[in-house]
Design a protein around this ligand. Structure first.
Ligand code: ADP
Ligand code: ZN
Length: 596
């Protein structure tokens, strides 16, 4: 019998296990259950793939992501692993072949959609087969609170009853404690060994900036740091995803929209282009992303504020799965907060639920406005300890200047009070700055003592003052009065002059934050790198698989950096197992040593 370590080295071409992998794998090999919470990119797949290979029988992987199954299976086949999938995209003949392979014991891994698994016919099939383990991927889909909820997942506890001797492993990247508990109780995993990896994603750089001119800010970010690279841009509305994608196309980017209203065929095409072509940008609502297995997403940008830190973490987590540097970049403004509050208010759900959601939104806003390390704050929110400074977020890289905002804050509170706590920020700023627009005269606001007392700050600076007051709970949005700004109890001492307040200075120029260009090490020959990518692209196209199924970026980088001279040296590269060595070794060696 092959051991876990030789499988890792020979089949996958990796030297050693990542954190927890070895223990999870031996838990399953010993026939016990496991619950694995690991951040994206933590290496969850190997946790069930290796035991499925090592143990007798076939490992059954339950996954809701039919669209990705073929790629997942292709990636395994490319490694020489006997894998297949069963879902509604197969015709009867193809399905029969897979079923036969399962029954005659020649399959190591079978991917299957939950609805298919639950069919009586499939159950019958599985009872006749030799099953090595059940892996329940994206296990947070059992959570009725999450937006990825799948009703079929609730019935997966039957695996435990029907196949009591087969070890099970549930996997997710969700950081939410409530979801973790739901997974345990709904899937009957009370006795499972738990593996909780930390949630830090050190290769992701977090940057959050105030929204001034979002399109220009985005363009600057893309041009400075991510020309020709794959990324996801999240927007709140379907309309905005389409408009933004069209605009980016006009600017010469390979951008495609994605949202639930697009029609399944178009969505499938856009997703597949994102996975298969190099450097495609997807502009999407939150409908896009769950389980997107693409390892080389170099950035995730938010043009609108996510509802919670959990969502922000999950969405940004889709960047940099391969461990190479990636950016999580966001612009946000006070209008975002108002819009989200209104959506929340109009949503179904009890008052208690809305209150919880309101707190979560406030926490998100707080993360945007802090002057200290973003990563530290985020990990603290997930109850995880970390150094005070991460060195890889905008707060750490360009420490934020603060200023004594006491006077201005008092003016802001005062204008809210004088105008009756029912106007939005734009109007309040107009009054403070002594603007002569119609609305000011219509309400006689030019006669107020606060009229024109705020000329020391420009419009954006004032917006920043209001945002920060909101993030810190001095003021809030009054939904009973059309989203006007109202005062909170907390503002009293500030108004009375008994409290001082330090505010952050917003950085206007995005360029001030030093961005790292593409993750390429300095000493790599760009010509060789491009030639290797081209070779990979050609091979991938010939085989109808995404480029990363041939080799990941990190393996290409190793090739370009180490320039192996023969097959022996080539086989030493991380990510080159036996099968890939045989299949691709000579082709790539030719590129490395030929005239490219
Ligand atoms: P997850 O499902 O947790 O997001 P994956 O299973 O997709 O993560 O793995 C993330 C990346 O790490 C993949 O590119 C994978 O090939 C790589 N990887 C996994 N295990 C190892 C290992 N032991 N050594 C090196 N790379 C690994
Ligand atoms: Zn930091």
């Amino acid at each position: 019998m092959k051991t876990a370590l030789t499988t890792l080295q020979d089949t996958f071409g990796f030297d050693q296990f990542l954190l927890h992998q070895e223990e999870v794998i031996s838990t399953l090999i010993n026939g016990d259950d496991a619950l694995v919470l690991m951040p994206t990119g933590g290496g969850k797949s190997l946790c069930y793939q290796i035991p499925a290979i090592v143990r007798n029988g076939c490992g059954v992987v339950v996954s809701p992501l039919i669209a990705l199954m073929k790629d997942q299976v292709d990636a395994l086949l490319a490694l020489g692993i006997h894998a297949g999938f069963l879902n509604s995209t197969l015709d009867q003949f193809e399905a029969n072949q897979i079923e036969d392979a399962l029954l005659d014991g020649s399959l190591d891994l079978l991917y299957i959609a939950p609805e298919r698994l639950l069919q009586e016919r499939t159950q019958h099939l599985l009872r006749q087969a030799d099953i090595s383990l059940f892996a329940i991927d994206e296990a947070h889909c059992v959570s009725q609170w999450g937006h990825d909820f799948r009703a079929d997942y609730l019935e997966l506890n039957m695996l435990h009853e029907e196949f009591p001797d087969v070890p099970r492993i549930a996997l997710t990247a969700t950081a939410d404690v409530r979801t973790q508990q739901e997974i345990i109780s709904r899937l009957d995993l009370g006795d499972a060994r738990q593996f909780l990896a930390g949630f830090d994603r050190p290769n992701i750089r977090y940057t959050i900036t105030a929204k001034h001119n979002p399109r220009n800010q985005l363009l600057r970010f893309l041009k400075d740091s991510h020309q020709d690279e794959a990324g996801i841009i999240y927007c709140l509305s379907r309309k905005k995803t389409e408009e933004t994608a069209t605009w980016l196309q006009d600017q010469g980017f390979n951008a495609l929209p994605y949202h639930a209203g697009l029609g399944s065929e178009k969505r499938a095409t856009h997703q597949s282009r994102f996975l298969r072509e190099d450097g495609v940008i997807i502009v999407a609502t939150i409908a896009f992303g769950m389980g997107i297995d693409k390892p080389d997403v170099r950035f995730v940008a938010h043009l609108d504020l996510p509802k919670t830190i959990e969502s922000y973490y999950q969405e940004t987590g889709r960047a940099g799965r391969d461990g190479l540097p990636a950016d999580a970049w966001m612009v946000y403004g006070i209008q975002d907060v108002i819009k989200l509050r209104q959506m929340l208010d109009n949503s179904d759900g009890s008052e208690a639920h809305k209150r919880v959601e309101q707190h979560r939104l406030n926490a998100m806003l707080g993360l945007c406005e802090i002057t200290s390390c973003r990563r530290h704050a985020m990990l603290m929110y997930f109850d995880e300890d970390s150094p005070e400074q991460c060195g890889n977020c905008d707060s750490c890289l360009t420490p934020v200047d603060t200023w004594d905002g006491t006077d201005s804050a008092r003016k802001a509170l005062s204008v809210i009070h004088r105008t009756g706590q029912r106007f939005g920020v734009n109007h309040l700023v107009d009054v403070l700055r002594g603007s002569e627009n119609n609305k000011v005269f219509q309400f006689d606001h030019h006669k107020l003592p606060t009229y024109g007392i705020g000329t020391e700050l420009d419009v954006n600076q004032w917006r920043s003052v209001f945002r920060q007051l909101m993030a810190r709970g001095y003021i809030s949005v009054d939904l009973d009065r059309y989203g006007g700004i109202k005062l909170e109890e907390k503002c009293r001492s500030l108004l009375r002059g008994e409290e001082q307040i330090e505010l952050r200075k917003d950085i206007r120029k995005v360029a001030a934050v030093k961005q790292t260009k593409a993750p390429l090490p300095d000493d790599i020959d760009i010509g060789l790198w491009e030639a290797l990518r081209e070779c990979r692209r050609r091979l991938a196209e010939e085989q109808g698989v995404p480029p990363y199924v041939v080799f990941h970026d990190s393996t290409l980088q190793a090739m370009a950096g180490l320039m192996p001279k023969d097959l022996d040296e080539f086989g030493e590269l991380s990510g080159v197992g036996k099968r890939k060595l045989e299949k691709y070794g000579l082709t790539f060696l030719e590129v490395i040593h030929g005239e490219y």
